[in-house]
Design a binder for this molecule. Structure first.
Ligand SMILES: [Fe+2]
Ligand SMILES: [Fe+2]
Length: 160
């Protein structure tokens, strides 16, 4: 990498890998969740996640680069943590509270990644790409907020 454009492209590939890993991982979290509202929240975000992946494909096409070729090791670690919560022997309520905690870690990680990507895109004058990335960033924020509400209002209380 020689400049910010190269670094930006690297970040896009990293995000693409992260979203791809999530498209595989979220269905397992849906299966493992017990609370119907939590299942629904995961299902909704799975659809959004597929869209995030598609948006990155469009962006990479616009930049004439391939979205593949990187492995996001941060997301790999977060998915492993979620998997150990899925495998954990505990009651339904504690499992749901644990799954939310892991899902929020994922959202925060994505928020950080997309926040950087939006800034780089603006800096490089890729205005329409910045807007697309901002859309995803907003959806990550919303997903995190929904999980926050669900944890506070419902699942932590049940697990207590
Ligand atoms: Fe995403
Ligand atoms: Fe997300």
């Amino acid at each position: 990498m020689k400049n910010l454009e190269d670094l930006f492209e690297h970040q896009l590939k990293d995000l693409y890998s992260a979203e791809s890993q999530l498209v595989d991982a979220i269905p397992k979290m849906i299966k493992s969740a017990h609370d119907s509202q939590l299942k629904k929240a995961f299902e909704n975000h799975l659809e959004e996640t597929k869209n995030h992946k598609k948006r990155l494909e469009e962006i990479c096409e616009e930049l004439s680069i391939k979205p593949t070729g990187e492995k996001c090791k941060g997301m790999e670690g977060l998915v492993k943590e979620a998997q150990s919560m899925i495998d954990e022997k505990t009651n339904d309520e504690v499992k749901d509270a644990g799954l939310i905690a892991d899902a929020q870690r994922v959202e925060h990680y994505e928020i950080s990644g997309y926040g950087t990507a939006v800034r780089f895109a603006k800096e490089l004058g890729h205005d329409s790409i910045a807007k697309k990335l901002q859309k995803t960033l907003d959806e990550e924020y919303n997903a995190d907020q929904k999980l926050d509400d669900l944890a506070e209002r419902r699942l932590n209380v049940k697990a207590k």
